[in-house]
Design a protein around this ligand. Structure first.
Ligand SMILES: Nc1ncnc2c1ncn2[C@@H]1O[C@H](COP(=O)(O)OP(=O)(O)OP(=O)(O)O)[C@@H](O)[C@H]1O
Ligand SMILES: [Mg+2]
Length: 362
């Protein structure tokens, strides 16, 4: 079957479009693939997830069984696909790749499942975007390693049970909250990937620089790490852009001044906010007086899909403390106003909201 990694990566991080647009080369994916850690030992940071997953895999190896199904959740570029590949690699098992949007009918899934061999790792990216009937078929396959294939239509339709060899499902999602409970519950292990701290990103930049043969100083690396938005994929991309700059405008060495100047040129600010991040807080403060405003309205204001604002921009804005998600909409914090160089409004945008104790609940 024609599952290919490229299919998965097509939907990759929309917020990087601004960066990638600056990129002339077409080997972006190849470079990214080359920088992926291949084993758990090579994974930088995410220590808790690494330890927990290591244990799950080791126990399965000792029992000689396929490991429990694994769900990986977290914002784009934090290592979900990387970990899925590592799971297969560590289990010495073939990895089969597909994605939620590619499975539009239950039949698509039945075809994939019936082609699995014992111990295979099936990776379903964007699993929250699978169709409902396929989802229901997946419940059964995960739990009983069996599916019912329906042949025919109407009263004459018959369900033919089909045995599936024990396999490991690895699901990835940027939106764990969108997964229906029954599906979430069938994963034996769920890993929530968190944004990386600058020290981990610094190690990633060093590692990648070694692989890409980029000459960089301690301070140069730290500058890239601190502006990488907590995201390894961005750290790797910024490293390559800074390297370009170093080669064209300097002597090839990534020093602090070189990194600083290059990142300014690429419009990555001191905190790592990119154009979309800034557009979101800018619209929130300047156009909506700091909110609360609905996410759909906010998305229209910045000319993006609602999903992109929710899955790509917001997690980081929440993490840096610029934006809060409230039941009545998004609000900007005082720090966000400050970051834009604006004075926060003298009274809270909505005084009633400020005293509402439920305001900060998710
Ligand atoms: N823990 C890590 N250590 C080192 N490099 C990492 C780590 N996690 C991710 N990377 C790097 O970041 C890149 C992006 O990671 P990956 O493709 O796994 O993200 P993802 O979570 O699947 O993103 P998306 O949601 O967009 O599919 C990889 O190419 C890899 O080089
Ligand atoms: Mg991925």
């Amino acid at each position: 079957m024609g599952f290919h990694e490229d299919d998965l990566d097509v939907a990759e991080d929309a917020h990087l479009r601004s960066l990638t647009a600056l990129e002339a080369e077409g080997d972006e994916r190849a470079v990214e693939a080359a920088l992926r850690p291949r084993s758990l030992d090579e994974v930088v940071g995410q220590t808790r997830v690494r330890d927990q997953l290591g244990l799950v895999l080791e126990a399965a190896r000792r029992r000689g069984r396929a490991p429990d199904h694994v769900l990986l959740s977290g914002p784009p570029g934090l290592g979900k696909t990387t970990l899925a590949m590592i799971i297969a690699h560590e289990m010495n098992a073939p990895l089969r790749l597909t994605s939620g949007p590619a499975i539009t009918h239950a039949g698509d899934l039945a075809a994939i499942l019936s082609g699995l061999n014992e111990g295979d790792v099936l990776f379903v990216d964007e699993i929250h975007r699978m169709s409902r009937p396929a989802e229901e078929m997946l419940y059964m396959a995960m739990e009983d390693f069996r599916v019912d294939v329906v042949i025919g239509k109407g009263p004459g339709a018959t369900a033919i049970p089909l045995e599936i060899p024990p396999f490991t499902l690895v699901g990835a999602t940027t939106r764990a909250g969108l997964l229906p409970g029954p599906l979430r519950d069938r994963f034996g292990f769920t890993a929530h990937l968190e944004f990386y701290d600058p020290a981990d990103l610094d190690r990633i930049v060093h590692r990648s620089a070694g692989l890409l043969d980029v000459n960089l100083t301690q301070e140069g690396s730290a500058e890239i790490a601190s502006r990488s938005r907590g995201t390894p994929r961005i750290a790797n991309r910024l490293l390559r852009r800074v390297r370009d700059y170093a080669q064209v405008r300097a002597d090839g060495v990534v020093t602090h001044p070189v990194a600083h100047a290059a990142l300014d040129l690429y419009e990555v600010d001191q905190l790592g906010l990119d154009r979309l991040d800034r557009a979101v807080i800018d619209a929130l403060c300047r156009r909506f007086g700091g909110g609360p405003v609905g996410v759909s309205t906010l998305a229209v204001a910045v000319g993006e899909e609602r999903e992109t604002v929710e899955e790509v921009a917001e997690p980081f804005l929440v993490r840096v403390g610029f934006l809060a998600r409230t039941p009545r909409g998004r609000i900007a914090t005082a720090a966000a106003w400050e970051h834009l160089g604006l004075a926060p409004p003298p009274v809270p945008a909505d005084p009633a909201a400020a005293s509402d104790p439920t305001l900060f609940e998710e």
